[in-house]
Design a protein around this ligand. Structure first.
Ligand code: ATP
Ligand code: MG
Length: 138
């Protein structure tokens, strides 16, 4: 068990002006930001990041969405980071997300759902290393 997870504030939430409000929820929930950048995914980046979903019907739409504008990517630290962050963001579909969760508050729909959160310690490490070099992590 590690104490880190990886997140992205997705293009919908950035475009809708929610970066500040989302970061406020994240830090208020006890997560420490150990790496962060404002960047835009290339098509190649998004295809690689979401390769696990390649066979799903929404893959093309997902790559299109994730590359259409800037994102904020970050590595977060807290005890039980992966599970606690998934709880903080809520269900994939905001219509099913619990009250007060980041997706309930800021997501548009199941495809444009405001934030990403790693689903395991193993993927948190892989995803963090995909976005940040060692010297960018504090
Ligand atoms: P994320 O990995 O972004 O944190 P998640 O783990 O809650 O989200 P996944 O099943 O990993 O959900 O799906 C990855 C992303 O693909 C979702 O966040 C969403 O943007 C998109 N997605 C998932 N399911 C659908 C769907 N049925 N229709 C359209 N887009 C979808
Ligand atoms: Mg996922």
């Amino acid at each position: 068990m590690t104490n880190r997870t990886f997140t992205m504030i997705k293009p919908d939430a950035v475009a809708n002006g929610h970066i500040g409000a989302i970061l406020e929820k994240v830090t208020s929930a006890g997560f420490k930001i150990v790496a962060m950048k404002y960047t835009q995914l290339s098509r190649r980046d998004a295809e690689k990041f979401y390769a696990i979903h390649k066979e799903r019907p929404f893959y093309g739409e997902l790559v299109q969405f994730m590359t259409r504008g800037p994102i904020v990517s970050a590595i977060l630290e807290k005890d039980n980071a992966v599970d606690d962050f998934r709880a903080l963001i809520g269900a994939t579909n905001p219509a099913e997300a619990a009250e007060g969760t980041i997706r309930k508050l800021f997501a548009t729909n199941i495809s444009e759902n405001a934030v990403h959160g790693s689903d395991s310690d193993e993927n948190a490490a892989i995803e963090g290393a995909f976005h940040f070099s060692g010297r960018e992590i504090y």
